[in-house]
Design a protein around this ligand. Structure first.
Ligand code: SAJ
Length: 429
């Protein structure tokens, strides 16, 4: 049945979700506190990159099923999809969730459904969202319905995964969960798994924590492999042939606003208990320093003076083929390298504006005169680089691959010395 839906937060999750509902028979109003975001969307311009978003936004606006503004409106359903970052002290900053809940409260009426999509520490629905709705005077669970339906999509494949992924639906009561499942069934082909709100909150955070701990294991194995002459990528590939083993991939660190953030929500619950989670987070956060250390050791072993030496950092996004730099390990790597007096220059074909001082839009400018290039993101663009063309412009033909992005033999054939994170082959380490 056609519903009016008010979605608060038009970022990486809110906007794709809004256009999906608008293109599947609902009347959607999107809200964002950032006027420039609202202005962009109203004019069918994107402020984020996501495959398939532009055409879906065009369709939603042209059909008049999607409107936007900086303030909420009355609706049958309210969806909160605002950020839930961590503070300096690694505890959750729930101010955006609180203010979004406060902003919708005056518009919520009897019979409405309020859904929290943002990933949050367990108990946020109970302790943050519901207290903001109580002043409406409406009874939670009978007059208004509340649920947590965490998004679980992967950036770059949002539209496939919005449709095909199963959804965890946590209602404050069964009726809230049922209403939420009915709504998402408008476009979700995966299964709906109904539970209570706090369980759903924990499930979502657990999923990302599982991944973070697994990546920490891969990073630890990479460091060990580098000391015994083994290529960890090959070792992991072989181990994963076992039917019950799925070791993740090592890398220069874990970025993004999910996996690098959510495990802290569990550490915050009880650091005495969440020991492995805490250690894994710190292991992954230590990878940028490890990467810079590897770079410096390679340069020193080659007798290259690191002071003011130009190093090209290839990749600023937190992972391949996206434009998102949030919590990107590349930023930490640049900072660490600068501390070691290296002259860093960074290039990322997906990040079209110069967000940081040392960024260039030209691959050639990044590499010209560089003593080494370090690949930090497995963008397809980097996989397709032609080493023959680049060999002539660098001062030293040294490339460090932290994501197993390039074809080692092809680059070696072009005269490059190729170093791979987690593989001590050809390495002076
Ligand atoms: N990474 C590794 N090794 C790996 C996999 C990833 O080092 O084997 C790194 C990536 O390079 C990146 C970071 O981890 O820096 C995170 O990337 P990701 O692709 O694992 O995950 P996200 O943050 O893009 O999306 C995750 C997904 N969660 C899970 O797969 C359990 C997604 O489904 C969630 O919706 C999303 O978090 C979220 O919003 O919570």
């Amino acid at each position: 049945m056609k519903k009016s839906i008010c979605i608060v937060g038009l970022g990486y999750i809110g906007l794709p979700t809004a256009v999906m509902f608008a293109n599947h028979g609902h009347q959607v109003h999107g809200v964002d506190v950032n006027e420039s975001v609202v202005d962009h969307i109203r004019n069918k311009r994107l402020h984020i990159e996501e495959n398939g978003l532009q055409e879906r936004l065009d369709q939603a606006i042209d059909s008049k099923a999607f409107t936007v503004s900086t303030t909420p409106v009355k609706a049958d359903v309210f969806i909160i999809a605002v950020p839930s970052p961590i503070k300096e002290d690694k505890t959750a900053n729930l101010e955006y969730i609180r203010s979004a809940s406060k902003a919708i409260a005056p518009f919520v009426e009897k019979g409405n459904l309020v859904i929290l999509e943002s990933t949050v520490p367990p108990r946020t629905v109970q302790d943050v969202v519901i207290p903001e709705l109580i002043p409406t005077g409406l009874e939670i669970g009978t007059d208004i319905f509340v649920s947590h339906s965490p998004e679980r999509v992967i950036p770059g494949r949002v539209f496939e995964e919005l449709v095909s992924n199963d959804r965890i639906i946590g209602g404050v009561n069964e009726e809230s969960a049922r209403m939420t499942s009915d709504l998402y069934r408008s476009f979700v082909k995966g299964q709906m798994h109904e539970t209570d709100d706090t369980t759903a909150e924990l499930v979502k955070v657990m999923e990302n924590t599982y991944r973070d701990v697994n990546i920490a294991l891969a990073n630890e194995l990479a460091k060990l492999s580098a000391t015994i002459g083994v290529n960890v990528w090959e070792a992991i590939r072989l181990a994963n042939f076992h039917p019950r083993v799925n070791i993740h991939q090592p890398g220069p660190g874990v970025g993004g606003h999910c996996i690098a953030v959510d495990p802290w929500f569990l550490v915050e619950l009880n650091p005495e208990i969440a020991k492995i989670i805490n250690l894994s987070r710190n292991t992954n956060d230590g990878m940028p320093a490890y990467t810079v250390d590897m770079l410096c050791k390679i340069l020193e072993a080659k007798g290259i003076d690191t002071y003011d030496a130009k190093v090209a950092v290839l990749g600023l996004a937190f992972k391949g083929n996206i434009d998102d730099m949030r919590e990107s390990p590349s930023l930490n790597i640049i900072e660490e390298a600068q501390k070691k007096s290296l002259n860093v220059i960074a290039y990322d074909p997906h990040i079209k504006t110069n967000n940081i001082e040392v960024q260039t839009q030209s691959l050639e400018e990044a590499l010209t005169g560089a003593v080494a290039a370090v690949i930090l993101t497995n963008h397809d663009d980097f996989k397709q680089l032609d080493p023959e063309k680049l060999a002539g412009i660098m001062q030293h033909k040294i490339i460090i691959d932290t994501k197993q992005a390039i074809d080692r033999e092809k680059w070696q054939a072009a005269g490059f010395e190729v170093y791979v994170l987690g593989d001590s082959k050809n390495s002076p380490l």
